[in-house]
Structure formats: structure tokens, C-alpha cells
Unconditional design. Structure first.
Length: 644
């Protein structure tokens, strides 16, 4: 009888452990065979609610995701920043003293906005309701520790023992670990880094993420630790903690202002998502600014590289479509997306071709059918998940022959029947192995100043485009940290405006005062603006590791900008996207015979491909050799080619 009783207990424990293991295993499988095997999809509250969202509003949006978007792979619902801030008079994005913290200096939800958090429950009840909808729950967190906790000098929790952290015979507190000199650049009153060299600093970070796991969190968006606020020590420590939890949590970094390839390569194995740009909002300039950076990271092989317990994905930021609020607003959704329908299709197409995570930002309670059809387009979602060999495709032609990142310089030479003959000199980036990149010369113009110029041709010393070369000026402690990285690198100054430097890959729309539309922007400590002049006559950019070259195009100047991306499908189809960044309808074309110059193992013959265009749903049938399309202003065309 006793043996039978013990056997019953054994089998009960066995099945209990098996069920628990299966539950943890299933949680690890986000959308594939390993952690973040595919680019995550979901909804985030920031674009529509800023920081003011309530529990009721959040759960209402989660319910829409479950009913209308989950079948399309959208499974994460994320509460963005300041869920711990009281929504009272005087509270805003960078105010101080309005946050709710526990006795250990950790942020907890504002109980007025999140009533289920009362009694020390945190987000436990919200996470349970989200999980019951078949979704996964995420939160936004800031770097390190809050200024409010440091000012209060709260004790640090020892997460192993559940008591105050003691070391060297004393209790450690917030002021011992907080680094005021490392305050978040865009929220200086809010948060600062912790000293991860200290046991107490590491214990504090561990206590945070163990608490998130206890709440049922599946996704953490860690802000102000990447890009311009890079803190590799905190990222490394948090990643280590996440690997040791009994609950898998996706790890995302934000924002991406000032991100470099070297910086991304230092973190991609530690995380699952990392932002490439600053905040993306519903302006055409913001959309257009993503073409350069997505190209660079794709060419560097960063899409789907090894990540935390799985893969990592360069993140182009949320999709600000539908019903929105304004940046850093103190109010919820109150206006429609300002992008045109063509611009919205362009954004969704680029995000899909670049295999960026797809995180919708609009208030889903007002999700209209047009917007829904864009973000759930089955071809785009197929590309986003399962395509390969994703890259920018440069072998295209247009009726203006220019690309979006070209710097146009116009000079007049001679007269033809009282009309000036115009030449456009186009500065663009190419491989440093390309012979056309070897045309730069350097000359001393002052004792402390060199000038870099492009020669008219390789056979002459006649100068065409000149820029002054200057070592970058250090203006902050943050810049001093990275000065070793840029030894031998220079800013290249515009001769007619010494405050502006050549920018290889601008990340945001420039104002009219900042030479809007050109490749110059205000000088800053940024790898995009760091250049290295080589003795072989090349000028290499520190960000992309590509070299600058100049070419001449005869004809009148005008608006310019066409791009194209290419990828292959899992059943052999070819995806080809045309993008028109111009302010006028532009004809873009490509040859079928050029496609296999970039696609491995393909040998395409004329007439071997059938073509359909996704947005118009038009079937073009067999294509002889050239695909040509009149693309609308800021619009795109997406072709699916099935080739013999």
C-alpha cells in the first residue's frame, strides 16, 4: 500500500514536471524552432498612447490583436515607457518625482492606471489575461536605475536571499551603484546606468529581471542603452541574467540613434532585436531615412544573425499607421496617420523586404480595413518571415538616373544657343575595391587644415568637389569614450558652411536650415560622418565601410531618388521591389538577365519568368527581359517572379 502511494506521488511529480517543462519549451518557441527564429510581430502602445495608457485601454487593444492579427503572426503586445509614472499634473516624459517604486528602488506599475497591480502584484494579472488571449506580454524598461530611487537611496535587494544586499560588512544602497555621470541623454532626470563592476550593481539588475519573469513578461524593450547611449556592460549583464531565468524573454534594444555596424556586431549575439534609427514617426522623411541603414545592415549579413538563445534582427522601429498621438505627448490617440496611402505601402514593403520586426503602433480599437489590409498582406508577411538573400538591388534604371543618397553638384560649362549645358556630379557610395572609388587627392591649405578633393579625371589634377578635412571635436564625456575608435578619421566640412559635415547615411529628415535634401548635416560625433583618406586615393566611411565616388550626368537637375530590393522565396520565387523616393511619378525598370548577377545559383533566361505585381494584383504573364513600372510619388511596386 505504501509502495503504491509512493508510486502515485512519483508519477504525479513526473507529469507535473513534464507539463512545466513543456510550458517553458512552448514559451521558448516564439514563431519557430528556436528563440526569435523569425522576426517578431506585435503591437506597441507608444505611437498611439505615448506614456499615458491605462490597463483598460491596453487590454482592449490586446483583444483586437488576438481577434484580428494573431492569425497573421502578430503575437506580442507591449506596454511602452513610463507605466510606473503617475498621470497627474506636472508629470511628463522627463519629469522627476512622479514614479511608483518599491522598497528596493524598482519600478512598479502606477496603481491608478493599472489597478490590478495593487497589493504587490505588478503586471501578473495583466500578463495572465494576455496569455489567456493566446498572446505574449511585453514591457518597456529604461537603463539602470531611476534618479528617484537614487535620491531616496533605497537598499539593494539580494535576489538570491530575498534580503538587503550586504558585502564588505555593510548594506549597499542605490547611491552606491548609480552613475550620475551616465544619465540617459534623452531623459536626464529619469534614469542612469548602474556600476556593473560592483556586486550590488549586478544584483540590482538581476532583481529587476527576475521580477519581470515572475510577472509573466515575455518581451523586454530596454531603452537608452544602445546607439548614442551605448552601455555594453549593462546589455551584457542583462543578457546573462536572461539566459539564467526559467522563463524565456525576448530582449530588444532601443533607440538606435547613432548606431554603427561595429556597435551592432558587439551586441547582436546578446539580444534578439536592436533598433537601427531614432524614433520613426509618420512623416515621409522618417520613412525615406531607413533606406540607407537597412541597405548597410543587410549587406553586412546582420539580418537573422545569431542572437540571444536564437537569432537577432535589425529593427527599423514601429509602424506608425492608423490612429495615433504625437511624439512625447501627454495625451492618447487623437489623429490619423499623416503618411499617404502610397507612403504607407512603401514603409510596409521596405520593412518586409528588410525582414524587420513588424510592430504596429496605432490604436487598434480604430483599425480600419485599409490599414489592416496593408499590415496583413499575405505576400509581405511571407517575405518578412521566409524570404532569403534580402538585399538592395542596384541594377535598375529610371528616367532620372539618380539614387536617393546621391549628392548632386551642378556646374555650368559653355553655352549652347544661349542655354547653359548642365552637368550633375553625383557623389555616392561604392565598394572600396571599385576602381571608380580611386579619385581623391589631399592637399594642405593651412598649417592645421587639409583639403580633400575629387579629381576631374584620373589623368588630370583638376579639382571638382572639395571638402576641408578636420579631426572631430570632442564635446562630451560620451564622445571621449569612443575617441580611440576614430583615430585617423576626419570630418569633411562643406566649404560654404563650416558647421555642416558630409553624412554618408542620414538617419532622419533634415530641417531646411540643415541643407535639406543634401548629404551634409550638422557636424556631430557619429560614424556616418567619419571618413578615412587612404593613400590609394579612396575615401572610406567608418559606418558603412564603403567608399565615396563621383560621377557626371549630363542634363538638367531635378528631384532624384529610386531604390530597389530583391529577395528569394522559400519555393524559388523571386521578389523584386521598386521604390520611388521622388516627388514626381518615376518610371523604374530592371532586366531579368541582371537578377541572377546578385542571386546565387540562378541562371535566368529571357521569357522564363511570369510576373505579378502585389499592390495592383495585376498578372503580367511572361516577361521578355525588362520589367518597367510607373511608380507613384513616394510609392512602390512589388513583383513576384516565378521563373523556370
Amino acid at each position: 500500500m505504501k509502495l503504491k502511494f509512493l508510486s502515485s506521488i512519483f508519477f504525479a511529480l513526473f507529469f507535473c514536471c513534464f507539463a512545466l517543462e513543456r510550458k517553458v519549451s512552448e514559451a521558448s518557441l516564439t514563431v519557430g524552432g528556436q528563440h526569435a527564429e523569425l522576426p517578431p510581430r506585435g503591437w506597441n502602445s507608444y505611437d498611439s498612447f505615448s506614456w499615458t495608457i491605462s490597463e483598460e485601454e491596453f487590454l482592449q487593444n490586446a483583444e483586437v490583436v488576438s481577434k484580428r492579427l494573431l492569425s497573421s503572426g502578430y503575437q506580442y503586445v507591449v506596454v511602452d515607457y513610463l507605466w510606473f509614472r503617475r498621470r497627474v499634473k506636472g508629470a511628463w516624459a522627463d519629469s522627476l518625482g512622479f514614479d511608483v517604486i518599491d522598497e528596493w528602488g524598482r519600478m512598479v506599475p502606477d496603481p491608478e492606471r493599472w489597478p490590478s497591480s495593487r497589493g504587490g502584484k505588478g503586471f501578473t494579472e495583466v500578463a495572465k489575461k494576455v496569455h489567456d488571449m493566446g498572446l505574449k506580454f511585453g514591457i518597456h524598461v529604461m537603463r539602470g536605475i531611476s534618479t528617484q530611487a537614487v535620491n531616496a537611496n533605497t537598499p539593494i535587494l539580494n535576489p538570491v536571499k530575498g534580503v538587503a544586499y550586504e558585502e564588505s560588512g555593510r548594506v549597499w544602497r542605490a547611491q552606491d551603484i548609480g552613475r550620475r555621470e551616465k544619465a540617459c541623454a534623452w531623459m536626464k532626470n529619469g534614469f542612469m546606468s548602474v556600476d556593473t563592476n560592483l556586486g550590488a550593481g549586478r544584483a540590482f539588475l538581476r532583481s529587476l529581471y527576475e521580477q519581470y519573469a515572475q510577472w509573466g513578461v515575455d518581451f523586454v524593450k530596454n531603452d537608452c542603452v544602445f546607439g548614442s547611449d551605448f552601455d555594453i556592460n549593462e546589455i551584457t549583464e542583462v543578457s546573462k541574467v536572461l539566459t539564467e531565468l526559467n522563463r524565456p524573454i525576448l530582449y530588444s534594444l532601443s533607440p538606435g540613434t547613432g548606431v554603427t555596424l561595429d556597435m551592432a556586431k558587439a551586441v547582436n549575439s546578446l539580444v534578439n532585436l536592436y533598433r537601427l534609427t531614432g524614433d520613426d514617426w509618420d512623416t515621409w522623411g522618417d520613412v525615406a531615412s531607413h533606406f540607407d541603414v537597412s541597405r548597410d545592415f543587410a549587406s553586412a549579413g546582420m539580418i537573422g544573425a545569431g542572437g540571444l538563445q536564437g537569432k537577432s534582427w535589425p529593427d527599423l522601429d514601429m509602424l506608425p499607421l492608423g490612429w495615433l498621438t504625437d511624439p512625447a505627448s501627454n495625451e492618447g490617440p487623437h489623429r490619423s496617420c499623416r503618411l499617404s496611402l502610397d507612403e504607407q505601402k512603401t514603409q510596409m514593403t521596405l520593412w518586409s523586404m528588410a525582414k524587420s520586426p513588424l510592430i504596429y503602433g496605432g490604436d487598434l480599437r480604430k483599425l480600419d480595413e485599409t490599414t489592416s489590409s496593408i499590415i496583413t498582406n499575405p505576400t509581405l508577411l511571407e517575405i518578412n518571415y521566409y524570404s532569403s538573400n534580402n538585399m538592395e538591388f542596384s541594377l535598375i534604371n529610371s528616367n532620372n538616373h539618380l539614387k536617393a543618397d546621391d549628392l548632386v553638384i551642378t556646374r555650368k560649362y559653355g553655352k549652347v544657343k544661349k542655354r547653359s549645358l548642365l552637368y550633375r556630379y553625383i557623389l555616392h557610395l561604392t565598394s572600396c575595391e571599385d576602381r571608380s572609388a580611386k579619385g581623391w587627392v589631399s592637399q594642405v591649405v593651412e598649417s592645421e587644415l587639409d583639403r580633400v578633393c575629387w579629381r576631374w579625371s584620373l589623368g588630370t589634377n583638376k579639382r571638382l568637389l572639395c571638402m576641408d578635412k578636420r579631426k572631430p571635436l570632442l564635446t562630451s564625456d560620451q564622445e571621449m569614450v569612443y575617441k580611440q575608435q576614430y583615430l585617423g578619421k576626419h570630418h569633411l566640412l562643406a566649404l560654404d558652411s563650416r558647421e555642416f559635415c558630409l553624412d554618408a547615411s542620414p538617419k532622419q529628415k533634415l530641417t531646411s536650415q540643415e541643407l535639406k535634401g543634401s548629404s551634409f548635416s550638422r557636424c556631430k560625433w557619429d560614424a556616418n560622418q567619419m571618413w578615412e583618406f587612404n593613400v590609394n586615393g579612396t575615401l572610406m566611411n567608418s559606418y558603412s565601410r564603403l567608399c565615396a565616388t563621383v560621377r557626371a550626368v549630363k542634363g538638367a537637375t531635378g528631384s532624384c531618388g529610386v531604390r530597389s530590393w530583391i529577395a528569394t522565396g522559400r519555393t524559388g520565387e523571386i521578389y523584386l521591389a521598386f521604390f520611388n523616393l521622388n516627388a514626381a511619378t518615376t518610371t523604374i525598370s530592371a532586366k531579368i538577365s541582371d537578377l541572377d548577377r546578385v542571386l546565387p545559383g540562378r541562371k535566368l533566361k529571357k521569357g522564363s519568368c511570369r510576373c505579378t505585381e502585389v499592390w495592383s494584383a495585376k498578372d503580367y504573364g511572361p516577361v521578355a527581359d525588362v520589367i518597367s513600372f510607373n511608380v507613384a510619388v513616394h510609392g512602390c511596386a512589388l513583383f513576384v517572379l516565378k521563373c523556370a
